[in-house]
Design a protein around this ligand. Structure first.
Ligand code: PLP
Length: 404
């Protein structure tokens, strides 16, 4: 590879969008003695419940913690199976392993890279048989208890389809909306646009600094079910019952509390939510205009009935482009990229525990070899998108030539 010209400024993959207002709000908390379980937590939860259109929002210390409490609340006996996707961030399946349950992976749709209700229904019919107890795995005898779809990269799943399927099979539906805060999906049954996650039994969101909005570390559980919300509130706080004294613990719980500094950050991000959405959408549109004509690249696209708020901007490359070589080409020119996602079933703990090998989920594995996340954050300028587009164009040609 020829030497790249030195660039002054590296373009990172992501960067949080923080204004002076966030700084002020966090400093204001620091001037009080209440750094945990104070007024900001409730304020943040109320703001999120309003934005998402749900009855309950329970803030916790991370998206993983949110998902962990969500599946526990939904009901996850040891050894039970849950249908989920292998094309996701590893946390979406890890939370099942925390509870000694088993992820039953179903391959994703090639266009959306999400699970679809028909594919899940087909897998249920093929792998399980219906009994008095519910759907039982034909080989292992394990009980299927739920479906855990993920709105990958921010593209919402067919939530009405999953609701209907879950009802029909008497399974719970927990949505991992950790990549989809602000994404909307049209729900024919509600005949309205709804927020991703809002129509599941329980949903989880995440606020790590690379997500669409941030609290530093942080996560959120949403549900319309009073009992499930109550359980999550207890379990995030060491299992304390709502009115019990500080050192009495009615159920087993965790320390998954969100601190007041994080909640204060979240309160301001909620206030700025429309602005955050607008800026993010503009960057995606800039990319669309700048990259639309590169033949070897497939851009992220909404499917009908969805309005994604993209988490990451992931392109798919034609087979003749060496993705890893392209990643190095861009890195040498100061542009950070990342292959999103290596399949979960091929991560070491899953291979070791379940004996997975390459080839079992071909659509997921194929996508995983061809995807590349580009720098994507609200303050990515028109000029920076131009630089990225130009370098990407050169890189694609370089990589195609290197292959032939
Ligand atoms: C980010 C993410 C999580 C977990 O979020 P953390 O806050 O990092 O714990 C879970 N699932 C998916 C799909 C994610 O992208």
């Amino acid at each position: 590879m020829d030497r790249a010209p030195a660039i002054e400024q590296r373009i990172p993959l992501s960067r949080p969008d923080l204004s002076a207002a966030e700084v002020e709000e966090v400093l204001a908390v620091l001037r009080t003695p209440v750094l945990s379980l104070g007024p900001k937590l409730r304020e943040f939860e109320d703001a999120m419940a309003g934005l998402l259109g749900v009855r309950h929002a329970v803030a916790v210390s991370s998206g993983t913690a949110a998902l962990h409490l969500a599946v526990r609340a939904a009901g996850l006996p040891e050894g039970a199976e849950v249908i989920t996707t292998p094309f996701s961030f590893v946390a979406s399946a890890n939370v099942l392993l925390y509870e000694r349950a088993v992820p039953a992976f179903v391959d994703v749709d090639d266009q959306t890279l999400n699970l679809t209700p028909p594919a899940v229904e087909e897998a249920i019919g093929r792998r399980y048989r219906e009994t008095d107890r519910g759907w039982v795995n034909r080989d292992s005898g394990r009980l299927l208890v739920g479906i855990l779809p993920v709105d990958v990269f921010g593209l919402p799943v067919d939530i009405d389809g999953f609701r209907a399927l879950a009802r029909r099979c008497r399974l719970w539906l927990v949505e991992d909306a950790c990549e989809a805060v602000g994404s909307e999906v049209f729900s024919p049954s509600a005949s309205a646009w709804v927020q991703a996650g809002a129509r599941a039994d329980v949903a989880a969101y995440a606020f790590y600094p690379n997500k669409q909005m941030t609290t530093g570390e942080g996560g959120l559980i949403t549900t319309d079910d009073d009992r499930l919300a109550e359980r999550c509130r207890m379990e995030r706080n060491q299992g304390r019952l709502p009115d019990s004294p500080w050192l009495e613990h009615g159920v087993l719980g965790f320390n998954y509390r969100m601190d007041e500094l994080s909640a204060a950050l979240g309160v301001v991000q909620c206030r700025r939510f429309a602005e955050l959405l607008h800026k993010r959408r503009q960057v995606a549109e800039r990319y669309g205009r700048a990259l639309g004509d590169i033949e070897e690249i497939l851009l992220p696209a909404a499917v009908p009935g969805t309005r994604p708020n993209w988490f990451v901007y992931v392109i798919r490359l034609a087979a003749r482009v060496d993705r890893d070589l392209l990643g190095r080409f861009l890195a040498e020119r100061g542009i950070e990229t990342r292959p999103y996602f290596p399949p979960i079933h091929l991560q070491a703990p899953y291979q070791q525990r379940f004996g997975y090998h390459a080839g079992v989920f071909p659509v997921c594995e194929q996508a995983a070899r061809r995807t590349l996340a580009l720098p994507f954050f609200n303050d990515l300028t028109e000029e920076a998108v131009g630089v990225i587009a130009r370098t990407l164009r050169e890189g694609v040609h370089f990589c195609v030539a290197a292959q032939s």
